[in-house]
Design a protein around this ligand. Structure first.
Ligand code: F6P
Length: 549
């Protein structure tokens, strides 16, 4: 239940929103030439600009009071102390231990988790180094050139996103591939051009029961044993899981199995052995730099006052739009082609974590929870969906992500990319009024009648908010920082909404129903009676299609 103090903070925000609506973001800049200076936080070579938001000092003060009313500071402490805040699964949440480079112990269940973390990481790094150097070879003596990670959700999106983001750091001659979908096209297309003799498969699954991953793993195993012989399986497979007994049953050699722990949620597992494919691709040194980036943010999140705490501000500003302004979507637009999978990664992180409708004690939530997260790289998005961002009826706050310096050694391209990023956030904020449009059309020599007809279509309402996150370059350390920023943003929002961000019961029903339906679907004539009319009708239609060839 929302406390009286929280309700007061929300009511104050609501009252202030109405006052703020009298002003545009652009006019806030006009009034305060130091607005950018006051509304950005710099953390080493990462810059968080939140000046283009519909907020002022009063709104921020109310948001900070909201955070304090929900005991954000106390809950942050509980998180880092390893308390079992994932109450429905009875688990601590300690993915931060995986990037804890402080030398400090991390108590979980009454003992320090760090010795196990460090020992497992050392094994991962040694294995990665041995694959990279060619010391480990396939069954026919060829060094590995292609690493195929088979996993889904958190066992895919993290390493897949990061391998793409950090492609300039991948060892020449090595390629990382990611197979996730149970659609056979995924594995078939991925393997089409690969030489299995030089391919290493990594089966990544926290539970080692996930249907998609197990199906793809079984197909890969059959292919390897058909082509190279059953004895070759041991040389061509490794696994990452918390269920070591199930991995052993699959037949993967013990020295190629890398564990992690139930206190690492799937969507927070990129820092664990789940990062194996990434560690092989970019190498131990870069992987450790990625961990260091996450650690930087853990330190910042724990130490910085809420007023200048980047994840706290990201979370609170998001809460303002979601709960006070009623905006239900949030776009993440990287002006960085290599971050193409980052929005998809964040979709799982934010929507699987905070897509909840009951509070921690099981009561219906009183506040709307996670927004719909979506996005695509700019500039491509500009030529696709930005029309809606600029002139659609919904206001969709945007996070722009952009590097300060080029990574492709191409200053010209990067200059244009950067200018486009700024132009979009400026256009969203500034808009173009009816009077401005009319004067432009007038200068173009249009008649009064044509101006009257055309002007409404060319008006941009503006006043649409955005954050810009700028990093010097897309290095492993900066990628680690970006990922950890969003992780803690999700935590902050879960505290305000009083929900458990670390379970995901909503994915279970579909899995259960699929287990029931799969045998019926795969049979030619199993009865469909008892199924709903649509499900039965679709199965029967498919049977007819298949029967007719
Ligand atoms: O179905 C959701 C989910 O459980 C995610 O939370 C998880 O990241 C994904 O499936 C994969 O699970 P696993 O690593 O156990 O195969």
């Amino acid at each position: 239940m929302t406390s009286a103090r929280t309700a007061r903070a929300l009511a104050a925000l609501e009252a202030h929103r109405i006052a703020l609506e009298q002003q545009s973001i652009a006019s806030l800049f006009d009034e305060d030439p130091r607005r950018f200076q006051r509304y950005h936080v710099q953390l080493d070579d990462l810059l968080f600009d939140y000046s283009k938001h519909r907020i002022d000092d009063i709104a921020l003060a109310h948001l900070i009071e909201l955070a304090r009313s929900c005991d954000l500071e106390g809950k942050r402490k509980a998180l880092f102390l390893g308390e079992k805040i994932n109450s429905t699964e009875g688990r601590a949440v300690q993915h931060m231990a995986l990037r804890n480079l402080s030398g400090r112990p991390v108590p979980i269940d009454g003992r320090d988790a760090m010795p196990d973390v460090l020992a497992t990481r050392a094994r991962v790094m040694t294995f990665a180094e041995n694959v990279r150097s060619g010391a480990l070879k396939g069954a026919t003596g060829k060094p590995f050139t292609d690493i195929v990670n088979i996993g889904i959700g958190g066992s895919d999106l993290g390493p897949a996103m990061a391998a793409r983001a950090l492609s300039p750091f991948i060892q020449p001659g090595l390629r990382a591939h990611f197979v996730s979908n149970v659609d056979g096209a995924d594995i078939a297309d991925t393997l089409a051009d690969l030489d299995l003799e030089s391919t290493l498969f990594i089966i990544s699954s926290k539970t080692f029961t996930t249907q998609e991953t197990m199906t793809n793993a079984a197909s890969a195993r059959i292919l390897v044993s058909q082509l190279l012989g059953e004895a070759a399986v041991g040389d061509h497979f490794a696994a990452v899981s918390t269920k070591l007994d199930l991995v052993a049953k699959f037949g993967i050699r013990e020295d190629r199995v890398f564990g992690f722990w139930d206190w690492v949620g799937g969507r927070y597992s990129i820092w664990s052995s789940i990062g194996l494919a990434l560690a092989i691709a970019i190498g131990p040194e870069h992987f450790e730099a990625f961990l260091l980036g996450g650690f930087d943010i853990d330190e910042h999140f724990q130490q910085a006052p809420i007023e200048s705490n980047i994840p706290a501000l990201m979370g609170l500003i998001g809460v303002y739009y979601r709960n006070v302004c009623g905006h239900g979507a949030h776009a993440v637009i990287p002006y960085d082609q290599r971050l193409a999978r980052f929005p998809a990664y964040l979709q799982q992180l934010e929507m699987e974590s905070n897509g909840k409708s009951v509070t921690r004690d099981g009561a219906p939530v009183t506040l709307a929870t996670a927004s719909v997260i979506w996005g695509e790289p700019g500039t491509n998005g500009q030529h696709a969906f930005f029309q809606l961002l600029h002139q659609g009826v919904d206001i969709i706050p945007v996070d722009f992500l952009v590097a300060a310096e080029p990574t492709a050694a191409d200053a010209h391209h990067h200059g244009l990319l950067f200018a486009n990023c700024l132009a979009q956030s400026e256009a969203l904020m500034r808009g173009r009024s009816q009077a401005e449009v009319e004067s432009i059309l007038n200068l173009q020599g249009l008649s009064a009648r044509d101006i009257a007809a055309l002007a409404p279509h060319k008006v941009f309402p503006g006043n649409r908010p955005s954050t810009t996150l700028m990093y010097r370059a897309l290095t492993p350390r900066n990628l680690g920082r970006l990922v950890a920023l969003y992780e803690h943003k999700v935590f902050v929002q879960s505290v305000i909404w009083d929900i458990n961000a670390f379970d995901q019961w909503g994915v279970e029903l579909g899995k259960e129903l699929c287990s029931r339906l799969a045998p019926i679907v795969m049979s030619k004539d199993a009865p469909t009676a008892g199924l709903d009319g649509s499900t039965a009708g679709l199965i029967n239609y498919r049977r007819v299609v298949m029967a007719n060839g």
